[in-house]
Ligand binder design. Structure first.
Ligand SMILES: Cc1cc2nc3c(=O)[nH]c(=O)nc-3n(C[C@H](O)[C@H](O)[C@H](O)COP(=O)(O)OP(=O)(O)OC[C@H]3O[C@@H](n4cnc5c(N)ncnc54)[C@H](O)[C@@H]3O)c2cc1C
Ligand code: FES
Length: 422
């Protein structure tokens, strides 16, 4: 009986010790787990905070047109990759070896090309098609042929120079990333990226940056190409959509080839139109980023406004002379009815503006004035002139900052009698 009581007492004692031990172990494990979770959350929050600060700084720099460097900086062509028929990607690394500050997805680079047989270098802008990296930029360039209604005209000078003359190892002069067609990759609101042809380049950069940010926001990438041979980044885009269920990729081919398979290579036969957007999108509640040929922009952007999308939710980039106006209407040719005199001071020449030209640049060129120019889209600043007297109306928001008393002739028209320093 005594032994039994002792044994039971011992057993209870050991059980108590075991229980206390288990509790202690449990407490230690729980504390370690909590610490690990806290540490992981802290690291995630810190990384997220760092990304947000970087994105905010990038957007602030871009919106205030604060360039990462001033003037021209030499970049070496590190690689050239075929993306589709007549579309190549060019990879650029800085010759000085200094790291590149991250650009804002949607921005472009401005190049100064030493064209053979021309006195002045040619200036052209190309969007960056990759996500921000520290060591290289990527631009994807389509070779531009003569217009179909002017087959004997010379083909595009800048794009053909890139395709025919630029080789790996060459050095080109590049201005810092610019432009205000930007997306915040860390924001959460759903977006629709709408692009056709080579206009998809800034949208691919935006898509890549959004995926890389780790933010699972709903993204509709609605793209249009002629066919599979003219479809850049095809595998890359399909892979992104397959591995990220919140990305909805919808591709239209306007002229598919016999080898293009519907629902495998593309989702819809026809042009990328507003009807297509309405068929694909579940609602109009998106932020829209649009870039493509002028006819597409001219029809799509006003259609989005008419659909009730606030103007602040519709962002677009024009690769050439822009026809979509920020004021909510589409520009038509020959807007200004009242004639006025425009004087080119250095040339000692005055001409009457009758509204039949799309910009002061075209007007001056037609009058035989030596007008500097580059992108013809308000992006490069090459056409900037001092306004000696009078004022101009901007037909589009400039993508760069324009000092007081100056104008970008490619996107402006006179607001009355005008004297220009040209
Ligand atoms: C912000 C921005 C971003 C851009 N991003 C990209 C991009 O990512 N990728 C890209 O490929 N492009 C992009 N572009 C467009 C690019 O900058 C050039 O406009 C494009 O490459 C055409 O330039 P080019 O020098 O080859 O053609 P240009 O020499 O300017 O010629 C344009 C057209 O005019 C025709 N032409 C020339 N002379 C005559 C004549 N006498 N009569 C009739 N027609 C004539 C040419 O045949 C050609 O079809 C972008 C533009 C901007 C503004
Ligand atoms: S020509 Fe580039 S801004 Fe006018």
């Amino acid at each position: 009986m005594g032994i039994n009581t002792q044994t039971i007492g011992l057993a209870i004692g050991w059980l108590l010790v075991g229980w206390v031990g288990l509790q202690g172990l449990n407490f230690t494990v729980r504390t370690a787990r909590r610490r690990a979770r806290w540490h992981r959350d802290f690291e995630l929050e810190r990384a997220d905070f760092r990304r947000r600060v970087e994105a905010a700084a990038r957007a602030a720099r871009a919106s205030k047109a604060i360039a990462d460097w001033s003037g021209w900086r030499p970049f070496r062509v590190a690689a050239i990759v075929d993306e589709a028929v007549d579309v190549k990607s060019f990879y650029f690394t800085p010759v000085d070896g200094r790291p590149l500050l991250p650009f804002a997805p949607g921005q472009y680079l401005t190049f100064r090309l030493p064209l053979i047989g021309t006195s002045a270098p040619l200036v052209r802008c190309y969007s960056m098609s990759g996500r921000p990296q520290q060591d290289y930029y990527r631009a994807t360039i389509k070779r531009i042929a003569a217009p179909s209604d002017r087959p004997t005209a010379p083909p595009g000078r800048g794009s053909n120079y890139f395709h025919d003359n630029v080789r790996v190892g060459d050095v080109l002069e590049v201005r810092a990333p610019g432009g205000t067609f930007l997306i915040d990759p860390l924001a959460g609101e759903p977006v629709a990226l709408i692009g056709a042809g080579i206009g998809v380049t800034p949208l691919v950069s935006m898509l890549d940056a959004c995926v890389h940010s780790g933010q699972r926001r709903e993204i509709y990438a609605i793209f249009g190409f002629r066919n599979g041979r003219e479809h850049p980044f095809k595998d890359h885009l399909q892979r992104l959509a397959e591995t990220n269920p919140w990305i909805h990729l919808q591709v239209s081919y306007s002229a598919p080839l016999s080898e293009d398979v519907l629902y495998k290579d593309y989702n819809h036969r026809g042009r990328l139109s507003f009807d297509r957007l309405r068929a694909v999108l579940p609602s109009n509640n998106f932020h829209y980023y649009v870039c493509g040929p002028s006819q597409m922009m001219e029809s799509l952007v006003p259609a989005l406004w008419d659909w009730g999308v606030p103007e602040s939710h519709v962002h677009f980039e024009a690769f050439g002379p822009a026809s979509v106006k920020c004021g909510g209407t589409v520009q038509s040719r020959g807007r200004r009815a009242e004639p006025c005199e425009v004087r080119f001071e250095r040339a000692h020449w005055a001409v009457v503006w009758d509204g039949s030209f799309t910009s002061l640049l075209e007007f001056g060129e037609a009058a035989g004035i030596a007008m500097p120019s580059g992108c013809r889209a308000g992006s490069c600043g090459e056409c900037m002139l001092a306004v000696r007297s009078g004022a101009v109306t901007n037909l589009k928001q400039p993508s760069i900052s324009v000092p007081a008393g100056h104008c970008l002739t490619c996107i402006s028209e006179p607001a009355g009698a005008l004297v220009l320093d040209a």
